[in-house]
Design a protein around this ligand. Structure first.
Ligand SMILES: Nc1ncnc2c1ncn2[C@@H]1O[C@H](COP(=O)(O)OP(=O)(O)OP(=O)(O)O)[C@@H](O)[C@H]1O
Ligand SMILES: [Mg+2]
Length: 219
């Protein structure tokens, strides 16, 4: 489902930085359809960067990123955006909800970006499933950070993606709601054969996934 081959990405040194900047290399990393993979590694090792590369939000300097049979590095920006909206549910490390729209509207926007009809029933049932049945009409600023991250989870799933890229999905949640969010993600992934890649510092999260990959070992 996903294959990174001969990948290299470097970030130039910032003017105020003493170090030489950061670079990330991946020789050959493959994830099968339906697999649930934990991506672990020290802070700053490149987990978010890898998820960004897999989603085509950033491009590598060298190498290919194949998702569902398509090398997304070869697509024009507009085609890559469309491909991402249709194929990938992205759960950012910070929720990135749109202010001024309700929780339900934020979830529904996930579907409309992909140019699909909005499935309001699915949006509502996902919000109910993350324990926000009573918060459909609250705007992000009226929600706690943990509640916002649960809205973001519902948004990542609303579109029936083939792949979910989740960046610390339980980072902002208490243990109880973290477990519930993870259960929703994995149950939905199991029912709909969604491939899940989850960057996490949480050993409890990694332990319920199929496989753990250390960023430092991908070189
Ligand atoms: N746009 C950018 N410009 C310059 N450097 C960047 C950029 N994005 C990331 N980096 C650098 O790349 C490295 C990896 O960052 P990344 O966010 O991928 O780490 P991470 O493993 O997700 O860390 P964390 O666990 O703290 O979220 C860091 O050293 C970071 O400073
Ligand atoms: Mg990160």
């Amino acid at each position: 489902m996903i294959r990174l081959l001969g990948l290299h990405k470097s970030f130039p040194r910032q003017t105020d930085e003493q170090s030489s900047g950061h670079s990330l290399s991946v020789s050959d990393f493959e994830i099968q359809a339906g697999e649930r993979v934990a991506l672990v590694g020290a802070s700053g090792s490149g987990k978010t960067t890898l998820l960004n590369l897999m989603s085509g939000l950033i491009l590598p300097d060298q190498g290919s990123v194949e998702v569902d049979g398509v090398d997304i590095t070869q697509l024009k920006e507009s085609a890559r955006d469309r491909f991402r909206a249709r194929t990938i549910g992205y759960l950012f490390q910070t929720s990135h909800l749109l202010p001024g729209f309700s929780a339900l509207e934020n979830v529904e926007l996930g579907a409309s970006f992909a140019g699909r009809a909005v499935d309001r029933d699915r949006a509502k049932s996902l919000l109910d499933a993350v324990g926000l049945g009573h918060r459909h009409h609250h705007q992000p600023q009226q929600l706690s950070v943990g509640q916002q991250s649960r809205v973001a989870l519902a948004r990542a799933l609303v579109n029936r993606p083939k792949v979910v890229l989740a960046d610390e999905p339980t980072g902002a949640l208490d243990p109880e709601s973290g477990k519930a969010a993870l259960k929703l993600l994995l149950d939905t992934a199991g029912e709909e054969n969604i491939t899940v890649i989850c960057a996490t510092h949480d050993a409890g999260v990694a332990s319920v996934l199929d496989r753990t990959v250390r960023v430092e070992e991908l070189q």
